[in-house]
Design a protein around this ligand. Structure first.
Ligand code: ATP
Ligand code: MG
Length: 341
């Protein structure tokens, strides 16, 4: 036969969006002797340390000679004799033992675990995640993947102000996200020249918001090229100067696509909980610089107005800068095949 890593598959199934719960079932022949024999072999391990249980039997094959309550009573009695510390609690059991008599076989299972929940990936279209090396954006991407979005990623670098290792960190974050999102293309665009131009020509206080407008423009182009119908960011309301309502209003006004910000109402501590759950946290906190931390203004505008942003944008050659940056784009793909992590 074909060797098969069922243990690995079980663990993997817990990371597949769209699966609410996972459970290992033992297969039995369709008679009570076989059900009891398999139960004796399979259940004591699952019930060790457990004090209360109940048996929940279902038969879709009504020709099976015992009714569901009779199956429950027979198996329950057997378990009580096998494990003297067990008690039956039909209202609030620690573990439910389920027996299902179906067309071909009967199945026994116990000790269900939660799955990743959500909707299967690719059932909600495709989104372009603006992926930095921080804590928030990988969480934002995975939250949208959980709602069924296929994730494409865009990272902005600012070489030589940001290092090769900062980019490698982003690539390992994408790799980690693949455990849930299965495959992610990471597109990389250099912002170096844009940032230098903004530094040299524009009012320092507007630097942050101007850079975000450029990021959104480039992201919208990338989204168009890769068939993404939404942008996704890790912004959280009020967390930093560029994440005030006024700043969000200005950035939104420059793009037509919906921008999903699933972390918008979360506190940092809550975002960190998600990052730990999705196993991106340890990578996110590695100390490398991000392009947003290059030339940061001393007094960034928290209440930017669109007309002031327009005035500042007029000081640089927007179209040339966008073309040059977009032409610098290159792509890396990260994949995890189940079982090869
Ligand atoms: P994060 O923890 O995701 O880095 P942050 O709290 O540091 O977020 P900002 O640096 O203001 O906040 O970035 C806000 C959002 O903008 C990020 O969540 C991300 O979606 C996007 N972003 C910021 N920097 C980059 C970058 N270098 N490349 C791609 N997207 C970025
Ligand atoms: Mg950041």
């Amino acid at each position: 036969g074909i060797a098969c890593d069922t243990e690995g598959m079980y663990e993997e199934a817990k990371r597949i969006f769209g699966i609410v719960a996972v459970n290992r079932a033992a297969v039995c022949e369709k008679n009570m002797d076989s059900i009891l024999r398999v139960a004796e072999e399979y259940l004591p391990r699952r019930l060790s340390g457990v004090r209360t249980f109940k048996v929940d039997a279902r038969r879709s094959d009504k020709r099976f000679p015992l009714t569901s309550p009779e199956i429950s009573a027979t198996l329950g009695g057997k378990l009580l004799s096998l494990m003297p510390n067990l008690r039956v609690d039909v209202h609030n059991p620690e573990v439910v033992v389920t027996v299902e008599v179906r067309d071909e076989h009967a199945y026994i299972r116990a000790g269900q675990e939660s799955g990743a929940g959500g909707l299967p990936i690719r059932t909600s279209g495709r989104g372009l995640l603006l992926l930095s090396g921080g804590i928030d954006s990988p969480v934002a991407g995975l939250m949208m993947a959980k709602r069924g979005m296929e994730i494409e990623a865009l990272h902005f670098e600012s070489f030589p102000y940001t290092s090769e290792r900062a980019k490698e960190k982003v690539m390992s974050l994408a790799q980690k996200m693949c455990a849930y999102a299965s495959r992610i293309h990471v597109h990389v665009i250099s912002l170096t020249h844009i940032q230098e131009e903004l530094r040299d020509k524009c009012d320092e206080d507007y630097f942050t918001i101007l850079l975000r407008v450029f990021m959104m423009w480039l992201a919208a182009s990338c989204a168009g090229e890769y068939n993404c119908s939404a942008l996704i960011t890790g912004e959280s309301l009020g967390q930093v100067a560029s994440q005030t309502l006024a700043a969000i209003e200005v950035t939104n006004s420059y793009v037509g696509l919906p921008i999903f910000r699933p972390c918008i109402g979360l506190d940092k501590t809550e975002i960190i909980e998600y990052a730990r759950k999705y196993d991106t946290y340890d990578t996110s906190i590695l100390p490398f610089e991000d392009c947003c931390t290059v030339f940061t203004p001393r007094h960034p505008r928290t209440q930017p107005r669109r007309e002031d942003v327009e005035r500042e944008l007029a000081k640089v050659d927007v179209e040339d800068l966008l073309c040059e940056a977009y032409n610098s784009m290159y792509t890396e793909t990260k994949v995890i095949f189940p079982g090869y992590r």
